[in-house]
Design a protein around this ligand. Structure first.
Ligand code: HEM
Length: 187
């Protein structure tokens, strides 16, 4: 397992889950699990000898490399999308963008996507195929204002989770960059 920072391959742009066809073969996401940035923050700064010494009788630290499980699994992601869509429902910029009267199906799609992305069930892929999220957002005009409204509601939703700082930063960093990568209009 690596403790390295996520690289471009794990970002939602390019070859990641939002990547469009033809930009590379990899569809790896944190869901594939091997290099999640959830190792202990201190590990990188400790000399090897101390890590080895600490390994004597070393009990398993309080993390796994599956971010989905680490942050609480389905209940956590459900809470996230519930809070997010409660914000969207009252937003006069975002709400009109959602084609369906009922936000429930859109909420379900975001839930399944995020669960899969972070290492949970792969239901999104089974139902929807490759995410290609940038492409799927093309029918919608996503300008800076919509992006910032999206991020505003997502920030509030993330705050309801009370995650450990490292996990919160990991999740937020992804969402922030994903939202920026989704912009497809100048206004
Ligand atoms: C930047 C601002 C964004 C806006 C304004 C926006 C808006 C929308 C809209 C209007 C839809 C169609 C609703 C539906 O599912 O029927 C949609 C779908 C979706 N969005 Fe976004 N979105 C944004 C960013 C993101 C980001 C950052 C992610 C992922 C991290 C995301 C994930 C999804 C997913 C998974 C779907 C359903 C795709 C499918 O059809 O399978 N969106 N979005």
């Amino acid at each position: 397992m690596s403790t390295q920072e996520p690289t471009g391959e794990n970002l939602p742009v390019g070859d990641g889950p939002l990547g469009d066809a033809g930009r590379g073969a990899s569809s790896e996401t944190p869901a594939s699990g091997r290099s999640l940035p959830v190792a202990p923050a201190s590990a990188g700064s400790l000399p090897v000898e101390r890590l080895v010494a600490a390994g004597q009788g070393f009990s398993q630290p309080q993390y796994t490399d599956n971010f989905y499980e680490t942050v609480g699994g389905h209940a956590t992601f459900m809470k996230l999308v519930d809070a997010f869509y409660a914000g969207v429902a009252d937003d006069d910029v975002l709400r009109p963008m959602y084609p369906e009267q009922d936000l429930g199906p859109a909420k379900e799609r975001l839930l399944l996507f995020l669960e899969q992305y972070w290492g949970g069930p792969k239901t999104y892929g089974e139902q929807r195929g490759h995410p290609r999220l940038r492409m799927r957002h093309m029918p919608f005009r996503v300008g800076p204002q919509a992006r910032d409204r999206w991020l505003h509601h997502m920030r509030a939703a993330v705050d309801t989770l009370d995650l450990a700082p490292l996990h919160e930063a990991t999740l937020w960093d992804y969402l922030d960059r994903a939202a920026h990568s989704m912009v497809n209009a100048a206004d």
